[in-house]
Design a protein around this ligand. Sequence first.
Ligand SMILES: NC(=O)c1ccc[n+]([C@@H]2O[C@H](COP(=O)([O-])OP(=O)(O)OC[C@H]3O[C@@H](n4cnc5c(N)ncnc54)[C@H](OP(=O)(O)O)[C@@H]3O)[C@@H](O)[C@H]2O)c1
Length: 275
Amino acid sequence: MIVVTGATGNVGRLLVESLAAAGEEVTAVSRRISAADVPDGVRTVRADLAETGGLKRVFDGADRVFLLTSGEFMAAGGDVAEVVAAAGEAGVGRIVLLSSQGVGTGRHAPAFEEAVKASGLEWTVLRPGGFASNAFQWAPAIRADRVVAAPFGDVALPVIDPADIAGVAAAVLRESGHHGRTYVLTGPEPISPRRQVADLADALGEPLRFAELSEDEARAAMSEFMPPVVVEATLSILGRPTEDELRVSPDVEKVLGRPGRTFADWAARNAAAFK
Ligand SMILES: NC(=O)c1ccc[n+]([C@@H]2O[C@H](COP(=O)([O-])OP(=O)(O)OC[C@H]3O[C@@H](n4cnc5c(N)ncnc54)[C@H](OP(=O)(O)O)[C@@H]3O)[C@@H](O)[C@H]2O)c1
């Protein structure tokens, strides 16, 4: 049985669907999940991963785990080593960690990856760059005013479709040969915010306006809902990416046997959220 944590999120929801469609027995976990969030036949467990007392119940009967640790988990004092230890005690043999490209580029601490690597379990680390689904943050302004306000309009990064992260995760959970590997996951091409908005306009079939924010304007807007350290890290990636962050990684194609999906493809599949 495979436990998928973060099962209602951008990645986890698609991963649960694809594992269930492949005939795997799946348990989907999040704090607020209910049966309506998952396909028929998928078991759901409501649990807060930051509360160690409830972890035994999360991993009971599992042999493989997809592990996602959110910002809220960290803010609540969650300890990934305890989560991993609970998985090991329950008999889990393989763990796939959703990490971040930022660990490889020195922007994020490696503690989560280290906990998984030290666990003695079979492990694979997925290090995605920025998600295409970050564009959902533009949905309210697009719906209301047909406008997107964002900084660094012409800095192009190879954003990744969460469906490809889920695809790689499903392959790594189901196939052998991925133990001890770290995969950097990007989209097939760098794409700027301005072009993402043009792709969204095509998907919607109507024009959208791009209003470029200065870095200070963006800092003020982001500071309303993000801690300062996250604001600065995000502005730095978006405005001053490193060579590694600009590069298209071959790893999605290596694992899936096809290139990653484009942002235009993501926009076409998710247009309803912007209408
Ligand atoms: N967005 C990016 O550009 C980017 C780039 C690189 C890496 N990442 C990494 O990707 C991950 C986010 O993935 P995503 O977009 O799929 O997530 P998401 O859509 O933000 O969803 C988070 C999921 O985790 C669950 N969750 C949150 N806190 C929890 C807790 N304490 N205990 C149990 N479940 C909890 C949420 O459900 P409930 O609310 O029901 O609990 C939800 O299912 C993060 O680890 C982030 O660091 C993101």
